[in-house]
Design a protein around this ligand. Structure first.
Ligand code: XMP
Length: 586
């Protein structure tokens, strides 16, 4: 199978690059950016006809700077002859390593930035590209690759036509030159820029602030973007990735979720063997899908599902979770009631990371204790429904260079690390994003209501009750949140889509703020808690936009909450996107 190798230098969005390309049907493999390449590019099993063939390499972004000892690739990458695509830091790396200069910008470029393309034909006329033909020898195949890549910037470019052409193996049409006026809005996040291009590199697109945004080498199949085509907010992003993967690298699409399931099953059987497996179920989509994968792959008698009722769950969560898992064939479901212990562990804590750590440690402590009580042998395998976003945002992404934003409880514990090192952890979803997990769930026959359920964080309501968590606050928030969600499920989305607001929103929940405000109820002064409602749209949780609520719905929902949950005196709506905010408040 054709594949694209991604060198991960630690950007928060590296996995998204892989995701987008997999969505196009091409397999991707992500390795730490500084991995030695000889074994990867020349695997021992090369003779095996079924072995994957690397068709191109992407150099990811990074929070580091090239001139401050940022992570560097094995130099072999520049001699392997494969097409390279440098994204943000990846482009800076490629430029710097080959004799160009990279310097800090006076001001960081962040968010949506306009990019204007130059007319490729004019360029070619202006500069007679004799150098290219001399290098290529075979009469302009490099020029063809350049055109294939630049075609993505042409407003007339058709992604479907490119995919169809790649599937049929038809030869490329002579790609139209990019119109002189081609301009689009890219998504950028960088503090450094190219200030001198390495010999052979040429600027084809410029950001409206005047810095190189699209760069191509005159003779080698090297392409570079100062922006992030993998981010959904980047116009032409998917087209550019497709042009690189299909047009430049010549990949054919052969990667599907069905294949992923087959592969995940094979790995599960091999890793687990005859040992029992224990999966901690949180009640969300991820762990339910992970549970379904275990139940449909292994002997259900060997699959122990442990659910902790931490007291930090949504309303009626325990009942719903139990019903869902039994429907999926669970035989050994262990429900642990440990609300008192969690509330005691959280007492007096108001700092978000301290709360997350306390919850993570207690999860593991209770799990150890309860496992001992279950009498499972030491060889039991711990399964987790960890997603890639959980790993990458905990600074544990594949390249291990990402900066810590929040420690997610399921990956932050030393005990989990110890089990991981002992090779006793399986995380069958750890290469998937949320919407891919939903697709997987459908293939496994998980109930649609579970699949469409909004994500819920591992630490539960504790990260939605700002400051100290108390039983009383949990109860207030549970009631308010249940009303909010119930209302979203019964209100139609604007436009005749047939969807409800709940369907249109990617994640919605209520947050209890640690402040009270003055109000009046029935002529009496009321000093009630302030509740924030959060509703966002997103493709994968990595970036998020605020859901543009119809005001009427917000007003009615707010009224119902303050009328029903009398401890709440005021409701606000959170209008922050991610970034700069995160989805959860803590
Ligand atoms: P943030 O708040 O980081 O959230 O923008 C991104 C997505 O992840 C969920 N989330 C978590 N999920 N354990 C989890 O399993 C956690 O500790 C955790 N924290 C946040 C969040 O609800 C959103 O969908």
């Amino acid at each position: 199978m054709d594949k694209i190798l991604i060198l991960d230098f630690g950007s928060q969005t590296t996995q998204l690059i892989g995701r987008r390309i997999r969505d196009l049907g091409v397999y991707t493999e992500i390795v730490p950016g500084d991995s030695p390449l000889s074994g990867i590019l020349n695997p021992a099993d090369k003779a095996d006809k079924g072995a994957d063939v690397i068709r191109g390499i992407i150099l990811s972004g990074s929070p580091e700077s090239v001139y401050e000892n940022g992570p560097a690739p094995d130099k072999a990458v520049y001699h392997c002859g494969l097409p390279l695509l440098g994204i943000c830091y990846g482009l800076q790396r490629l430029n710097y390593d080959n004799g160009g200069a990279v310097e800090a910008l006076p001001e960081r470029e962040y968010g949506r930035i306009g990019v204007k393309m130059r007319n490729a034909e004019e360029e070619a006329r202006r500069e007679d590209l004799r150098g290219r033909s001399a290098t290529e020898g075979s009469g302009g195949s490099h020029e063809r690759l350049t055109r294939e890549f630049l075609a993505a910037f042409d407003p007339a470019f058709s992604l479907d036509a490119l995919i169809g052409r790649s599937a049929s193996g038809a030869p490329p049409p002579s790609a139209p030159p990019v119109a002189a006026s081609a301009a689009f809005t890219a998504w950028m996040s960088h503090g450094d820029t190219l200030t001198r291009l390495a010999p052979g590199l040429r600027e084809y697109g410029t950001s409206h602030t005047g810095y190189p945004a699209v760069v191509i080498h005159d003779a080698k199949p090297w392409f570079g973007l100062q922006f992030h085509p993998e981010v959904t907010h980047c116009e032409r992003g998917l087209e550019i990735l497709a042009a690189f993967v299909f047009g430049v690298c010549g990949c054919s699409a052969g990667w599907t979720m069905e294949q992923y399931v087959e592969e995940a099953r094979r790995v599960l059987k091999k890793r687990v063997g005859d040992n029992p497996v224990l999966l901690l179920i949180s009640g969300g989509v991820d762990s339910t899908v992970a549970g379904a994968l275990l139940l449909k792959t292994l002997d259900p008698q060997a699959v122990h599902l442990m659910y902790m009722d931490t007291g930090l769950m949504r309303k009626d969560e325990t009942k719903t979770v139990q019903a869902n898992l039994e429907r999926l064939g669970a035989r050994r479901l262990h429900i642990i009631h440990c609300e008192e212990e969690f509330l005691a562990a959280l007492k007096g804590l108001d700092e978000p990371e301290a709360k997350r750590r306390a919850i993570g440690d207690l999860f593991i402590a209770i799990q150890e204790r309860e496992v001992a009580r279950l009498g499972l042998p030491d060889s039991y395998v711990l399964a987790q429904g960890t997603l890639y976003t959980d790993l990458v945002e905990s600074g544990k992404g594949v390249g291990k260079k990402a900066h810590l934003i929040k420690s997610h409880h399921n990956v932050g514990s030393p005990l989990v690390d110890a089990k991981r090192q002992a090779g006793r952890i399986i995380e069958p979803l750890d290469r998937l994003y949320k919407d891919e997990v939903r697709r997987l769930g459908r293939i496994l026959g998980v109930d649609e209501a579970v699949i469409l359920r909004h994500p819920f964080p591992g630490p539960g309501l504790a990260v939605r009750i700002l400051g100290e968590v108390t039983r009383e606050k949990c109860e207030i928030l549970r009631e308010a949140d249940a009303i909010f969600i119930e209302e979203l499920k019964k209100r139609p989305a604007p436009g005749a889509t047939g969807l409800t607001l709940y369907d249109e929103i990617w994640q919605a929940f209520a947050v209890l703020l640690p402040i009270r405000s003055v109000g009046v109820a029935g002529d009496v002064r009321k000093y009630g808690w302030v509740l924030a409602l959060r509703a966002i749209t997103s493709a994968d949780g990595m970036t998020a936009d605020v859901y543009p609520f119809p005001v009427k719905d917000l007003l009615e929902i707010s009224t119902r909450i303050t009328n029903t949950v009398t401890d709440i005196g005021r409701v606000t709506y959170d209008i922050s996107s991610k970034p700069p905010a995160t989805i959860e408040w803590e």
